[in-house]
Ligand binder design. Structure first.
Ligand SMILES: Nc1ncnc2c1ncn2[C@@H]1O[C@H](COP(=O)(O)OP(=O)(O)OP(=O)(O)O)[C@@H](O)[C@H]1O
Length: 769
């Protein structure tokens, strides 16, 4: 949510769309554009102010340019007012805040209270600022989080009627101390869940359980608050909202806010003569391409923001653009800069101001500028590499032309199968969303600690079993057996001295993170989560930190420390591993002709056994060294498919399955909001448990995270997209844009591009439409 201020007309600068025409004047450039989509301007549709909205709110908003709500705002507000939980899933800057503000402020005026949840402290602080700017005397709003001083906490518990917090504080502070919040909870009318699409995977599953605990505690105080969720547009918002809250939730998705037209170009960098791993051709780096485009737009006077995924990438785009400008128009080089987290706050404020004042014409940034920073109304945005979700894409693209002017956006593909697919399938970007926010509240590893926390809040009874899901009874018995809970006639009790909430690791990913420490100075460079430590900071690994290179001297797993020292090797390292997968239980299966598809639980045992050194940038293998690391086992969920006797040469089978696995891992994030690093895969021409060629894709988190499940439920769409991504890539025998994987534990061997295409065609021959 931004401040409530009138829309400010933008200054005059050359129309960005003409700039695109000029960029494309050379034929070589034109070939790189795979698609141009003109997203048309839309007129806003207004509704009347509902008669129950308090007058002071209307009186503040109208002078600020908010004459009346948009239709979707009024519709969502009406559901909430009528007691129906609702998710509003409309575009960036469509005014989701006003939709929940209307019922929430009305509740505060009627002696009710409101709990607002944001995924970060920064967003809650931003909301508080906007809310306070409205100067509504009957709304007593405050943030309640780790930064709130103790004396303020008491005041907030006793007097605030609009509390802004985050799931972590709800989990650790508010719920365990609910007795002290009884006055607030007795009056609780609304729970607002902002940026609901951020609650996904394991973190989302934790939040789902925290919200169930909140509902249970509220019931104790006689309330059952209405949930109002705000989310970016995704597939199936109502389904996600129900999973998150455990309630029936209505979705409002028809966006009635106005917008300017955006011309959106999809761009694929060309293949070069360079050769990479296995002799595969290498595309020109997306950052190099972005730097050129940025420089060209700056020359045209088009104020442009380039979003780059890594800090190092942002620096290199800015440097690249400045280098080009120094040659063509030296005066302009200083008007391009980089922006990223890690810069001093004052430097960042100065850059933001220079951008607003148009002294800066080009800025390369990481997503540090994505949320909560008030920079908008630029002429053009270049998105260097798919930012992971449509929500992020539109958030970034929305920085251009936000003030109602037409805008230009360019998505530059990286060499990755998902990017390849997207620039060749614009409908996946501009059509109906296929990517859903997934979470799995039933994950026993997530549920167990919350059952303990719930029991500590109020003893659990038989009536609570339904609230926490079908696994609850079995898990409670197990918790009693392990001495964590005690069973009494009146229910299940937490009787231990420790805090039950310490058992849940909301944002973590397993064991203690490994600290990466510089050997000479003792300086802590960063941390690596325990599961990835084996692959990224084993002895001998090349470790990158903020653009600097280090070599790992030792990895001490007992003390969770990796000692590194600065070095400049001319090679990179890749861990090699041996992975076994065992099927534990099959939950669901379906047949597509002779092929079968399954979803179930598996045990993955992975051992990093060696690492390879490769010269950079050529990728030539310099050698391999063995490692002695213990195996790790992971119990999780997987989707897998089998084919009885594929019509392929025996020798090709393993390479075909392996290539199909890699590409399908690359494409799953299009359907389930995850990152390719959140999932893993195993493929084999003959698996002992199935006796057939089998390809597994599993959730890389203990107990599962919902990604594999989503793959299973949209398997035909997902695997078709996988095949199309491989087919769209013009390389001959496979490259990073299609079947090679940056995290392959077998050094990307064997791989067969044609084999994968044939195998997937056979798999999909009888798949549903
Ligand atoms: N009914 C309205 N009429 C005019 N302007 C409005 C209206 N509703 C909201 N706005 C303005 O639209 C802008 C975007 O609103 P807001 O930040 O609430 O959107 P959002 O959907 O929450 O954004 P995000 O997608 O970033 O979360 C703000 O500047 C706000 O003042």
């Amino acid at each position: 949510m931004s401040d409530w201020k009138p829309v400010r007309p933008s200054e005059t600068s050359p129309p960005p769309v003409q700039a695109l025409d000029r960029l494309l004047a050379t034929p070589a450039r034109r070939e790189r554009v795979t698609h141009v989509e003109v997203v048309p301007a839309r007129q806003g549709r207004r509704a009347a102010w509902p008669d129950w909205v308090p007058e002071p709110l209307v009186n503040r908003l109208v002078p600020a340019g908010i004459e009346a709500p948009w239709e979707h705002q009024a519709e969502a507000a009406a559901h909430a007012r009528d007691g129906r939980s609702v998710i509003i899933a409309t575009g960036t800057a469509s005014g989701k805040s006003l939709a929940y503000l209307m019922p929430a402020v009305a509740a505060a005026h009627e002696d009710g209270s409101v709990l607002y949840l944001a995924p970060t402290k920064a967003l809650a602080a931003d909301q508080l600022r906007a809310l306070r700017a409205l100067r509504l005397t009957r709304v007593r709003a405050a943030t309640y989080d780790g930064d709130t001083p103790p004396d303020e906490r008491t005041w907030i518990r006793q007097h605030a009627n609009y509390v802004l917090t985050n799931p972590d504080m709800l989990h650790r502070g508010i719920l365990p101390g609910h007795g002290r919040w009884s006055g607030f909870l007795r009056r609780l009318r609304y729970v607002i869940v902002d940026e609901a699409h951020g609650y996904r995977g394991v973190f989302g599953s934790h939040v789902a359980q925290i919200l169930r605990r909140l509902r249970r505690v509220c019931a104790r105080y006689g309330t059952s608050p209405v949930f109002v969720l705000a989310s970016a547009t995704t597939a199936e918002p109502a389904v996600t909202a129900s999973r998150l809250t455990g309630l029936d939730v209505t979705a409002v998705t028809a966006d009635a806010s106005p917008r300017g037209a955006t011309t959106f170009a999809l761009w694929e960098p060309p293949l070069t003569d360079l050769r990479g791993e296995g002799g595969a051709p290498v595309r020109r780096a997306a950052t190099a391409e972005t730097a050129d485009l940025l420089a060209d737009l700056v020359v045209e006077g088009v104020q442009t923001l380039a979003f780059v995924r890594s800090r190092r990438g942002a620096e290199s785009v800015s440097l690249g653009a400045r280098r080009v400008l120094a040659e063509v128009e030296p005066g302009l080089a200083d008007r391009v800069a980089a922006y990223r987290a890690g810069y001093l706050a004052e430097d960042r404020r100065a850059l933001e101001a220079a951008l607003r004042g148009r002294e800066l014409v080009g800025l390369a940034t990481t997503n540090a500028l994505e949320l909560g920073v008030d920079v908008s109304g630029l002429d053009a945005v270049i998105v260097c590499g798919w930012p992971g979700t449509r929500a992020s894409l539109w958030q970034q693209a929305g920085r251009a032309g936000r003030t109602g002017r037409d805008a230009l956006a360019v998505l530059v593909a990286r060499d990755d199968p998902l990017d390849t697919y997207l620039v060749h399938h614009p409908e996946a970007i501009f059509g109906t969303p296929v990517e859903a926010t997934v979470l799995d509240p039933g994950n026993p590893y997530v549920l167990e600690p919350h059952l303990c926390a719930a029991a500590a809040e109020l003893p659990l009874t038989e009536q609570d079993l339904g609230l926490f899901g079908p696994e609850t009874a079995a898990l409670l018995a197990d918790l009693v057996r392990r001495g964590l809970l005690r069973r009494r006639p009146s229910g299940w009790y937490w009787t231990r001295r420790e805090r039950a909430t310490d058992l849940a690791d909301l944002r973590g990913s397993g064991g203690a993170p490994v600290q990466v420490v510089e050997a000479g100075t003792g300086r802590l460079l960063g941390t690596v989560d325990e599961p990835s430590a084996h692959t990224t900071v084993h002895a001998g690994a090349v470790y990158l930190h903020q653009g600097e290179t280090y070599l790992v001297e030792v990895l001490d797993l007992d003390d969770s420390v990796a000692l590194v020292s600065a070095a400049e090797p001319d090679y990179s390292t890749n861990a090699r591993d041996v992975t076994d997968i065992r099927i534990l239980e099959t939950f669901r299966s379906t047949s597509w002709g002779a092929a079968t598809l399954h979803f179930g639980s598996v045990e993955v045992t992975r051992q990093v056994v060696a690492y390879q050194m490769r010269r950079q940038p050529s990728g030539t293998v310099l050698g391999e060294k063995p490692l002695d690391l213990p195996p790790r086992t992971l119990r999780t969920r997987a989707v897998w498919w089998t084919l009885p006797s594929p019509d392929l040469a025996e020798a090709d089978l393993a390479g075909a399955a392996h290539a199909a696995e890699h590409a399908s891992i690359g494409l799953l994030p299009l359907f389930a909001t995850c990152d390719r690093w959140d999932i893993g895969g195993v493929s084999t021409a003959l698996h002992p448990d199935t006796g057939l060629l089998t390809v597994f894709v599993y959730d890389g988190h203990e107990g599962g995270a919902g990604f594999a499940e989503r793959g299973y439920s949209d398997a035909a769409g997902w695997l078709r997209a996988t095949r199309l991504a491989i087919a769209a890539c013009e390389c001959e025998a496979g490259c990073p844009s299609c079947i090679q994987s940056p995290k392959c534990g077998n050094g990307n061997e064997p791989l067969s591009k044609q084999g994968a295409l044939d195998l997937l065609a056979e798999l999909l021959a009888e798949a549903p439409g």
